[in-house]
Structure formats: structure tokens, C-alpha cells
Design a protein around this ligand. Structure first.
Ligand SMILES: [Zn+2]
Length: 748
């Protein structure tokens, strides 16, 4: 329906040299180039081989391969050999980064009873790699500061700011206490950050069975869910301030780089943190007294969830080895022919917390198959117009270290040459997940239409549309039916695209299938080959589909006559963000007014139960009106420029105007960059994109138009007005650039 409609429209307006309806136009290709590209893609699509991806996963996940381990280096060298054998020009690039590994870990209940947490994951006879203890990093949170603290325990739900408001109303303070938070609800690094802001002296994070344990299915090895001893490792560095090596913000962590001292590094936590299993958490939670936790806070353990503080008193001790470790980024190139100075970059990390079959090898194995297929086409005589760079990053797990240091080390070249960055991380069965720059939304929709879903036989695009219609809200259903392109998500953080889009303003996409496989093995010793081949994409056909999607996206970007960016989708998306900000302001204003009224009326006093008292929250400053006019005006300019560009683009493509395309391609590289500001976000200048950023208090979760949104959320109204002006300036810059490109394209 969709494809037919767009070809009909084009022939009806007489713009194109009517491609046949069965063969819709390829975005970015002149009519005379379409057939050759289609033929090339058909050859490419036949190459990724499930058996080879299975073998690669088995090899790469055979032993623990975290940063600094022998098998991490071994894997990097093996990956390097693969790229070379595929005909790529490849090398390893090293960086030296701060990566703490645990030396001492203690969690014990010291009163009213005693209990010592095991802090160990148990080997399982069925699972052949779970017994490699001598090489495994034990469960810990990297970049927790060293500490030895004892204090009363408080249960803080997910440990996000709203949870502390709730505690405060119940008269419970975490000052001088150790908090215990559930995993989930935010990125894990937010939990110790918010706990420390409220005066806590230590933080425990556990995986509640309601979130990824037995509540959702059988536990491993009988099923895919988290067993009682399973622990989620992970970084707790304050990545919303900056990711990468904590000692070298903004510059590559090369041998002679200028480094902060550990004491100066702002992203290391302020209080000690350890992750624990629900097996270890249960005796601690059971020992809590105080009020019963609100219904939405309770998990799946067979206990009464209480808030504390105390009488449970906990001793927490954490000490790490803070030496620098070496990263091994594998970087491989296929040189471009006519536009070699324009780079298409594709990456996935190779390091894991332990064996990491799903995270990251399920994304890396397809990437290697793409590289093999592209290498084979190259050997058969195909030459990409643009240079293709494939990266296998090290050190993603501790804090996007390998990609961030590489991007910082090569920032000037990348700003001048990078067209786009395509990322993947994990992959499983289900629906194609796409997040990224909205200037690439139309392009990636076109790719998804041309890759078959392995289970249903329809295209990955059609299957994604079907699930949105069936399971979406009424608005999502209508949009999935009526909008020409399926909407893609905005990028927050949590994988290696972050430095490309957030720090440099390089257009980026993150790709991966998912939604059908349940799992509770994330960042544990049970994320391994046995788990993946029993409970995920055991036929490796979604592995093949990911290689096809990402590989075809690379091929199209590398070969396009006129780069396939489209700005009407970008303009429409920013418009939805602005509307959303306006209604967010109105909602906040209403909430504040209502709450102040409730306080004035003394309602909290009237309803407080003397046996479980609740106090009134703090009065808040009423929300003033904000002046959105600068953003709305900038949006008008962008809308106008985008549709002018669209018309000029269609004409230039249908007429096959290669000279003008060459000029415009060079300047299109700057289109995402125009949305950045040199000063960066307030309080975190490493992040320069004015439209997308990870949230300061959500971590991975995206905040769109972050300067304005976070100011509204935090009630900083004067700042919100200033941030509207800054965001508007970025949108105006984008409009000016696109308008000028439209003139160039449309000129005689
Ligand atoms: Zn990962």
C-alpha cells in the first residue's frame, strides 16, 4: 500500500522517469543508478550466513572478555584477522583508560540479626561456561568510589527523585543511611547519584524478581529469567555529565594525554555502591521495619516490603584496583572511490561484562558478516563511492570508553568527513527497533521495507507496522496506519552512538531486533552461548536480518548519488517535541497550582493517619508563562526550508544532476552538526546536541530539546526561557543551511 502509493504519486506529478510500481525508487539514487544498486543489494543479501554467525558467537563468547582481560585482547586480535581476511585495511587502536576492578566487596546485615551476602553467582552444571570463575569479574558496579560504611537501611524503590519525595512526605530521611534500590526505572548510575544528593552514605542495587526474575517466567537454566543468585553488573559513572574515560574528558586517552587525578574526576560516584542478587537482598529487606511500602513499590519476593529506616543496619565495604587498563578498538576500512573523503561508519562493541553472548556478540556477529559480504563484493570488483569504516569497540560496558576515546581523538576529522554512524549492540527475535537522527528516518524506513522478516515472510517494515497497529495506543495505531514513515525513536544514551551524535553532531542510527524473547541474564555470567542458543535467536535468522538491514543501509549511504537525508521528517518531529514541551509546561503549572492549593487548604493535616503520618510537601513557585515564540518561528523557517529542499531534491534526483549533487553532498555532512551548540548543554558542555540528549536524571532515557525540557521539569522557569532561545537558534541554523542547499539543488 505504502510503496504503491508513493510511486503512483511520483508518476502522477510527472517528476520521475516512472520506475515500475514493483520497483519503487531508491532514496538517493538517480534513475540510471537504481538497477545496479538493486542488483548489488540482491547479491549482498544472499551472503550473511547463520552458521558463520553461530560459530563467531561461540568463539567470541567462549571465555570472559571484559576490558583488561586476556581474552578481550585475544578477541580483538581475532576480529582484526577476520577483517584482514575479508580484504579490509584494518588495525587496532589503543587507549589507556581508568577501569577499576574489585579487590574487596562486603555486604552484611549487622543488626538486629546477622547475615553475610554471598555476592557470588553460582556455576550451573548444564551451562558449560558458567564455571570460569578464575576469569570472571565478580558482581560489582564500576566507578563506585572506595568506601567502608555502616548505617541503617532504607528501601527507596527505584531510587529516582520522585521516590525521595514520597519518602520525605512519610518523614523518612536517608541521611546517614544505606539505601537499597531496585534495578530499573532509570539507568543504574542515577541511583547512587540521587541517593548521595539526599545524604545517603552507601547504595545497594538489586534485581527484583518482579522485574526480570521468576515473576515473568522460569529462571535459568530451566527458562530465560534471572535466577536467585544472578546479579546485574554495570557502570555507575555519571555518564549524563560525560561518558568515556573519567580522567580524559573531551580528549582521546592516548599515552601522553593530560589526565585528571582520580580525586578530580567528577563522574566517579560520591558514595560506595554494590549490586546484589535477590537471593542476597531478601534477608536485608525482610529485616526492615517502618511503614509498609506503597503498592507500586513492592516487588515479587514473598515478603512484606517495608521502607525502614532500620532497624536493619548494614555494613558495606568496596575497594577497587584503580590502575589504567588498555583498550583495543579494531578499526577497518574499505576505501571510497570518487567521494573517499565522506565516511560511512558502522560499529558494535566487542567487550562484555563476562561472556556476553547476547551483549554484545549478538550485534557484533552480524557486523562481522556484513564486513565479510562487503569484502567479497569488493573482491568481485565493486567500489563504494564513499569510504566505509567498520569498528569493533572495546570498553563499551564500563562507560562507552572505546568509542568515546576514538571519537575524541579523531574529532576534527570526523566533523569534516563523517556522513553517518550506524550502531548496534544486542539483537534477538522480533521487531526491528530503530532510533536515531530524524533526518535519516525516511531513509531507514526504505531499508526496512527491503529486508524480509524471517518468521512472517513480510518485510521488517510491515511487521513493525502490524505490531504498532495491534498493540499501540489509539494515536500510535492511527499514526502507524496513516503516516508515510514509521516513526523512529530519539537516541538517549547507553551505547556507542552517544559520542557521535551527542558530542559531534554526526547523524546516527541504532538498529536491533527484539520484543519476542524474555530474559533475565543481562550483565550476568549467564549471558552466554548456552543461554542464547536455548532462549533467543537459536536459528540465527534474526542475526542474518540485522546483517541485512545494517549492511544495506551502509551500501546505500556509501553508493548514493545524492545523500538520502530528508528534512521534512525532522521538521515534523521537532514540531511534536515543541508541542509536547508546551503541554508539559501547562501540566506542570496545573500540578503546582493544585498542590499549593491543597497545602493552603490544610488537606494533608486532615487526612494524616496518626499511626502512619504523612506531612505536606513543600510549596512550589507557581509556573509562569513561557515564551515559545522563538522556537515556533524557527520551526516555521525549518518547515519551509525542508519542503523546498524536498522539491529540489526530487527534481535533482529525477534529472540525475550529478555535479550539483556532488556540491550538496559535501555540505549535507553539516546538517546534523547545525543542530549543535559550541557551548553545549548547561552544566554538561560535553553534550552539544540541542535536540537529543540522555536525561540528567534518567541516564539512558532520552530528553528531547533537553535544555528546555529539563528546566521545565525542574521548575527553573527563567532558565527555560533562555533555553528556548538557544534551541531556537539551533533550529534556525538548520533551516538556513537546508534552505541554502535547496537553492543550490534547485538552481539552474
Ligand atoms: Zn552492549
Amino acid at each position: 500500500m505504502h510503496k504503491l502509493l508513493s510511486s503512483l504519486l511520483i508518476s502522477a506529478t510527472g517528476l520521475a522517469l516512472a520506475p515500475s510500481p514493483a520497483d519503487p525508487p531508491l532514496r538517493g539514487f538517480f534513475p540510471r543508478s537504481v538497477q545496479a544498486e538493486r542488483d548489488l543489494e540482491t547479491r549482498f543479501k544472499a551472503m550473511p550466513d547463520p552458521a558463520r554467525m553461530r560459530a563467531a558467537m561461540q568463539r567470541l563468547s567462549a571465555r570472559p572478555h571484559h576490558v583488561g582481560s586476556p581474552y578481550d585482547k585475544d578477541n580483538a586480535e581475532w576480529i582484526l584477522d577476520q577483517f584482514k581476511s575479508y580484504g579490509w585495511d584494518a588495525h587496532i587502536e589503543n587507549f589507556d583508560v581508568l577501569f577499576p576492578t574489585p579487590v574487596e566487596r562486603v555486604v552484611e546485615l549487622v543488626s538486629p540479626t546477622t547475615f553475610k551476602a554471598s555476592l557470588q553467582e553460582t556455576a550451573l552444571p548444564l551451562d558449560p561456561t558458567s564455571n570460569q570463575q578464575s576469569e570472571q569479574l565478580p558482581p560489582y558496579n564500576a566507578y563506585s568510589i572506595d568506601g567502608d560504611v555502616t548505617g541503617p537501611l532504607v528501601f527507596v524503590n527505584y531510587g529516582v527523585p520522585a521516590d525521595y519525595e514520597e519518602l520525605e512526605q512519610r518523614g523518612i530521611s536517608v541521611k546517614g543511611a544505606i539505601v537499597i534500590a531496585k534495578y530499573g526505572g532509570s539507568w543504574r548510575g542515577i541511583k547512587p547519584k540521587v541517593a548521595a544528593e539526599h545524604g545517603a552514605i552507601g547504595c545497594l542495587i538489586y534485581s527484583d524478581p518482579r522485574d526480570d526474575g521468576y515473576t515473568g517466567g522460569d529462571v535459568f537454566p530451566k527458562g530465560p529469567m534471572r535466577p536467585a543468585q544472578g546479579v546485574q553488573r554495570g557502570s555507575v559513572a555519571d555518564m549524563p555529565v560525560y561518558p568515556g574515560d573519567p580522567l580524559t574528558p573531551g580528549v582521546g586517552a592516548t599515552k601522553n594525554a593530560k589526565r585528571l587525578t582520580i580525586a578530580q574526576a567528577p563522574t566517579i560516584t560520591k558514595i560506595p555502591v554494590l549490586p546484589i542478587s535477590y537471593g542476597d537482598a531478601q534477608p536485608l529487606l525482610e529485616a526492615l521495619g517502618g511503614p509498609i511500602a506503597p503498592a507500586s513499590w513492592r516487588g515479587g519476593l514473598p515478603i512484606t516490603y517495608r521502607l525502614g529506616a532500620g532497624p536493619a543496619k548494614v555494613h558495606l565495604r568496596v575497594k577497587s584496583d584503580w590502575s589504567l587498563k588498555t583498550l583495543y578498538d579494531v578499526i577497518a576500512k574499505l576505501p571510497g572511490s570518487t567521494e573517499a573523503d565522506q565516511w560511512i561508519i558502522r560499529g558494535n562493541h566487542h567487550d562484555a561484562w563476562v561472556n556476553g553472548a547476547q551483549d554484545p556478540i549478538s550485534g557484533l556477529a552480524p557486523e562481522l558478516e556484513e564486513a565479510r559480504a562487503l569484502g567479497a563484493l569488493y573482491k568481485q570488483g565493486w567500489r563504494p563511492k564513499r569510504t566505509i569504516i567498520y569498528a569493533a569497540w572495546d570498553g563499551e560496558e564500563p562507560g562507552l570508553l572505546g568509542s568515546t576515546e576514538w571519537v575524541e581523538a579523531h574529532a576534527d576529522e570526523l566533523k569534516a568527513h563523517a556522513v553517518a554512524y550506524l550502531n548496534s549492540d544486542t539483537n534477538s527475535r522480533g521487531y526491528l527497533g530503530i532510533e536515531g537522527s530524524h533526518s535519516l528516518e525516511k531513509f531507514i524506513n526504505g531499508v526496512a521495507m527491503d529486508v524480509e522478516d524471517p518468521e512472517s515472510g513480510v518485510s521488517s517494515w510491515k511487521r513493525l507496522q502490524a505490531v504498532r497497529i495491534l498493540n499501540g495506543s489509539p494515536e500510535a495505531r492511527k499514526e502507524a496506519r496513516d503516516r508515510e514513515d514509521l516513526r523512529i525513536g530519539a537516541l538517549g544514551s547507553g551505547s556507542d552512538y552517544s559520542s557521535f551524535i551527542d558530542h559531534l553532531g554526526v547523524a546516527s542510527l541504532n538498529l536491533g531486533y527484539g520484543g519476542e524473547d524474555q530474559g533475565g541474564i543481562y550483565h550476568s555470567i549467564y549471558d552466554d552461548f548456552y543461554w542464547f542458543t536455548h532462549f533467543s535467536d537459536s536459528a540465527f535468522v534474526y542475526e542474518r536480518a540485522l546483517a541485512q538491514v545494517a549492511g544495506i543501509a551502509v551500501l546505500r549511504l556509501a553508493n548514493a548519488d545524492l545523500l538520502p537525508f530528508a528534512f521534512t521528517n525532522l521538521a515534523e518531529t521537532i514540531q511534536t517535541y515543541v508541542k509536547d514541551l508546551q503541554s508539559l509546561r501547562d501540566r506542570r503549572a496545573e500540578q503546582i497550582a493544585e498542590r499549593n492549593r491543597q497545602i493552603d487548604e490544610g488537606l494533608y493535616k486532615f487526612i494524616s493517619d496518626p499511626r502512619d503520618p504523612v506531612t505536606a510537601p513543600q510549596r512550589q513557585q507557581p509556573a509562569p508563562q513561557l515564551n515559545f515564540a522563538p522556537l515556533l518561528n524557527a520551526l516555521d523557517s525549518l518547515n519551509h526550508a525542508a519542503s523546498r529542499y524536498d522539491k529540489a531534491y526530487n527534481r535533482a534526483v529525477s534529472e540525475g544532476r550529478s555535479t550539483v549533487a556532488k556540491t550538496v553532498n559535501e555540505r549535507l555532512l553539516q546538517a546534523e552538526h547545525a543542530l549543535t551548540s559550541v557551548e553545549g548543554l548547561r552544566n554538561r558542555p560535553w553534550y552539544v546536541h540541542m535536540i537529543y540528549a540522555p536525561g540528567f536524571y534518567t541516564g539512558y532515557g532520552v530528553k528531547t530539546i533537553p535544555g528546555v525540557r529539563e528546566a521545565i521539569e525542574q521548575g527553573e522557569w527563567q532558565i527555560a526561557d533562555r533555553e528556548i532561545t538557544r534551541a531556537a537558534a539551533a533550529v534556525e541554523r538548520e533551516a538556513t543551511l537546508i534552505s541554502s542547499l535547496a537553492s543550490t539543488l534547485g538552481g539552474a
